[in-house]
Design a protein around this ligand. Structure first.
Ligand SMILES: CC(C)(COP(=O)(O)OP(=O)(O)OC[C@H]1O[C@@H](n2cnc3c(N)ncnc32)[C@H](O)[C@@H]1OP(=O)(O)O)[C@@H](O)C(=O)NCCC(=O)NCCS
Length: 217
């Protein structure tokens, strides 16, 4: 049986990381798309530019199999990841959740479409992940957390039990979120922060204990 075809949207660092997990699950990566005209991150897969490139590829691709998609947009841009996932879904592509072979998802955890659980990451008992959530390398999300659509928990960050993280918030590399904290939609937790209190929507916090910081938007 031929490996199922899959396209990646986003041609930078996260694409290289997720490819490794895709290969381990025997997906056949057939195309990469990016908004910018950049070199393909892979020698064996062509890159096409933007929505026009995608539409042209869809019209000319010769496969009769159903095509899956993976959105490789990391960083703080959960909104773009979600919007792109919605677009690809509207074009008839499925968005499987990808779990690296060394990642752990508890049997009692549930997740939406298009999530990425990367190498050595752990999603523990009774966790609920929304759609297009990234639990990045060696990050952990402990019991009973509720993680909204488009959230990114960056490498090595640890989210303690019963935390709620709302849509498109970002938890930076190596940050720690203490039990039962509530993080609002679009909030940004700086790398290495220790979050001891609730964080309002769209606020950026950093430091130990984490406090709001002023950032240029
Ligand atoms: C919090 C963050 C998003 C702010 O980025 P930014 O908007 O570019 O902010 P700036 O770099 O201009 O920093 C603003 C101020 O906050 C401080 N600051 C920034 N990040 C900080 C952090 N993680 N911890 C403590 N202080 C921090 C800066 O020193 C600066 O202070 P100053 O005004 O006294 O000089 C960013 O620094 C960060 O931590 N990103 C996480 C990156 C990451 O984990 N990526 C993973 C990708 S997979």
């Amino acid at each position: 049986m031929t490996a199922p075809p899959l396209v990646i949207w986003g041609g930078t660092g996260h694409a290289r990381v997720i490819r490794e997990a895709l290969d381990a699950q025997s997906w056949n990566v057939v195309a990469v798309f990016d908004q910018k005209d950049i070199p393909s991150p892979f020698d064996d897969v062509p890159l096409f530019v933007g929505t026009d490139g995608f539409m042209h590829w869809m019209q000319t691709s010769a496969t009769s199999q159903a095509i899956a998609a993976c959105v490789a947009i990391g960083g703080t841009d959960g909104r773009s990841r979600l919007d792109t996932a919605n677009f690809l879904h509207s074009q008839g592509l499925s968005l499987p959740t990808i779990v690296h072979p060394t990642g752990f998802v508890a049997a009692t955890a549930i997740h939406g479409d298009g999530c990425h659980v990367l190498a050595q990451a752990a999603v523990c008992a009774n966790v609920r992940l929304g759609r297009s959530v990234i639990i990045n390398t060696a990050a952990s999300v402990d019991h009973d957390c509720v993680i909204g659509d488009g959230v990114h928990v960056a490498p090595g960050a640890h989210v303690a039990g019963e935390v709620v993280i709302e849509e498109c918030a970002f938890v930076g590399t190596g940050a720690v979120v203490l039990p039962r904290v509530h993080i609002g939609a679009g909030a940004i937790i700086g790398a290495g922060a220790v979050v001891t209190k609730d964080v309002p929507a769209r606020v950026t916090v950093a430091g130990n204990p984490a406090r709001p910081i002023t950032v240029d938007n």
